[in-house]
Design a protein around this ligand. Sequence first.
Ligand code: HEC
Ligand code: HEC
Length: 358
Amino acid sequence: MNKFALGVVSMAILALAGCQSSNQNEKGEAIASTNDALILAAREQFKPLPDGPGEIAGINATPELVALGNMLYSDPRLSASHTIACAACHSMGLGGADARSTSLGHRWQHGGRNAPTVLNAVYNTAQFWDGRAKDLTEQAGGPISNPIEMAMPADQVIPTLKSIPGYADAFAKAFPGDKDPIRIANVQTAIAAYEATLVTPNAPFDRFLKGDAQALGQAERRGLKSFMDNGCAACHSGVNMGGGMYAKFGVASPPPADLLPPGDVGRFAVTKDEADRYSYKVPTLRNIALTAPYFHTGKVWNLDEAVTVMAKTQLGKTLPQQEVSDIVAFLKSLTGDQPKTSVPVLPPVAGTSVRPVD
Ligand code: HEC
Ligand code: HEC
């Protein structure tokens, strides 16, 4: 084969490959082919959020399992005071977060960090700001017995659930064939299976990525371009626009002290690797317009300021106000359809049920 023929063959292969990737995403959903240069450039760095629930390896998310997960997620009786459910700090009405700098837990105690959203968390490669839980199942074991969150003594979780008669049936249906289904591992599995349904597809930016050039207006388009050209996408990329890697907060220049208090060493606490000091999981930017305040300290209350801080600390740039506004317009196009989850009716307590502590 001469050089020219080789060229033709490789061009044909390229065309084929291009055609495939522009027709389907990994879930087989349609992605229209397009000539819009900005859509094509964006597809190199980002992926549309699939419709439908995310998947967790090894979990068969039957409707009964997801329904039990929704109950447990919403049940304040998993806390010592019977007041603080997961939903208290990760509310479906507040973008999966709690609209506070740091959360209020047991006996009005403040945690040390801002509550990240649970929406689309199934697409993060690890959980928590420092990535100390490898997935949603492992994460769900943390807050229930955390003394400043739900504060339920670890050995009281199962006796409490067993003392609420209706749970026997709900666990039996969710874990058919399991002789003793009310177990902590199953609690975590059910909550994780429910959380995997908390996804927000169909944001304007998803429609844009799928080929609808009209889904973003002029300001959003300029913002997207600036987001890519300035290098924001080096960290905030992929299906979740983040959630896939760790980065130092202050790569280019140190953040103000109130945004990076020295006592919170970030990922270093997990790995003890000096390179990870003040490193955090890059947060997802999906639904970011719904989840102020921002950063692990929750000290920044508006997106303009968050973008300005990021440009300075991560990229060493001072962006003109117009560019900041354009990026913010783009970030607002990341708000998707919020989960249509229902408030579950929880099984009532019986006279013999474990009582709350004050
Ligand atoms: C008192 C408030 C509070 C309660 C109650 C609470 N959380 Fe959280 N949640 C937080 C905070 C704060 C963090 C971040 C902590 C950190 O990174 O160190 C967090 C982190 C998470 C994350 C990680 C998200 C990410 O992107 O890293 C998930 C998932 C989550 N919580 C789910 C749950 C579930 C499930 C429950 C109930 C079993 C629950 N939370 C109860 C405050 C709370
Ligand atoms: C080198 C990696 C990196 C780059 C580049 C980067 N970010 Fe970030 N971003 C992070 C990390 C890490 C955090 C979490 C910081 C913290 O609170 O500890 C973050 C946080 C954010 C937040 C707050 C999210 C939340 O839920 O609180 C926004 C908004 C944001 N980035 C936008 C941007 C924009 C816009 C750009 C470009 C101007 C950008 N980022 C560039 C790593 C990066």
